[in-house]
Write a protein that binds this ligand. Structure first.
Ligand code: NAI
Length: 248
């Protein structure tokens, strides 16, 4: 259990899956929570759960992370509503898969806009208040395929690889202000995003994982909570692999 009392965290894509697990883990440590998503119904449920788990305050902010004006406005609202922003978790992401020769322009653009530009938009907007308070922790959710590549995932793997490079760049820019920026690279995690796969495909994938099971959203949340906490105060520019040994 970490101590996030007095801290406010903004988690994107927090309605379900990994984002929801991250939000609830931060809530257990006593963080106040600004929860973003485009899925209003599921996000409202996440807000209620966050309050039950110990968040002194939790509020839903509906916006598309790909919309830079909406991201700027959301950061302003969070500062007004909570009085500060100490932790930013860029988790919102989508995956549109096709072989490169068949990839549609709009699918390429949409994936990059949400997975990469979304994180950029919010980091840019959060930098000013974090620099003023001379502290902050940013965690970006990348992916194992951002390091390995994956056939059929041109846009997704490119977005995650670029997110890793962006993480390292912003970490270098902000280190002198005691703002830490890290990435978590999950392997194959059991969430609504991956539940759509056929059982046989999931079983085959699990066989290729040395720890011989799919990861859980909680496995990722535990790592994110550590990175966001003062226990990781000497960790920045890191890419922490939480993948059961899938890629070493
Ligand atoms: P998910 O699909 O279950 O949840 C993603 C959430 O993001 C949804 O609630 C969705 O409504 C929200 N979202 C989508 N587009 C948005 C937008 N434009 N603005 C705001 N919110 C938006 O996915 P999951 O599995 O929980 O993934 C979370 C993150 O973890 C993603 O960045 C994903 O790429 C990454 N990841 C997931 C892995 C897995 O195996 N599930 C593996 C590696 C990385």
């Amino acid at each position: 259990m970490y101590d996030f009392k007095g801290k406010t965290a903004l988690v994107t894509g927090a309605a379900r899956g990994i984002g929801r697990a991250i939000a609830l883990e931060l809530a257990r440590g006593g963080a106040s929570l600004a929860l973003n998503d485009v899925n209003e119904a599921a996000a409202k449920e996440a807000v209620e759960l966050a309050e039950k788990e110990g968040a002194p305050k939790a509020k839903f902010y509906k916006f598309d992370v790909a919309d830079s004006a909406a991201c700027n406005a959301a950061i302003d609202s969070v500062l007004t509503d909570f009085g500060g922003l100490h932790i930013l978790v860029n988790n919102a992401g989508i995956s549109i898969d096709a072989l490169v020769m068949r990839f549609k322009d709009e699918d390429w653009k949409k994936t990059l806009d949400i997975n990469l530009t979304g994180a950029f938009n919010l980091m840019r907007a959060a930098t000013r208040p974090m620099m003023k308070q001379r502290s902050g922790a940013i965690v970006n959710i990348a992916s194992v395929v951002g390091e390995t590549g994956n056939a059929g995932q041109a846009a997704y793997s490119a977005s995650k690889g670029a997110l890793i490079a962006l993480t390292k760049t912003v970490a270098r820019e902000l280190a002198s202000r005691s703002i830490r920026v890290n990435a978590v690279a999950p392997g194959f995690i059991d969430t609504p995003m991956t539940q759509a796969l056929p059982e046989a495909a999931k079983a085959k994938l699990a066989e290729a994982i040395p720890l011989a099971r799919l990861g859980t959203a909680q496995d990722i949340a535990d790592c994110v909570a550590w990175l966001a906490s003062d226990k990781a105060s000497y960790v920045t520019g890191g890419v922490i692999r939480v993948n059961g040994g899938m890629y070493m």
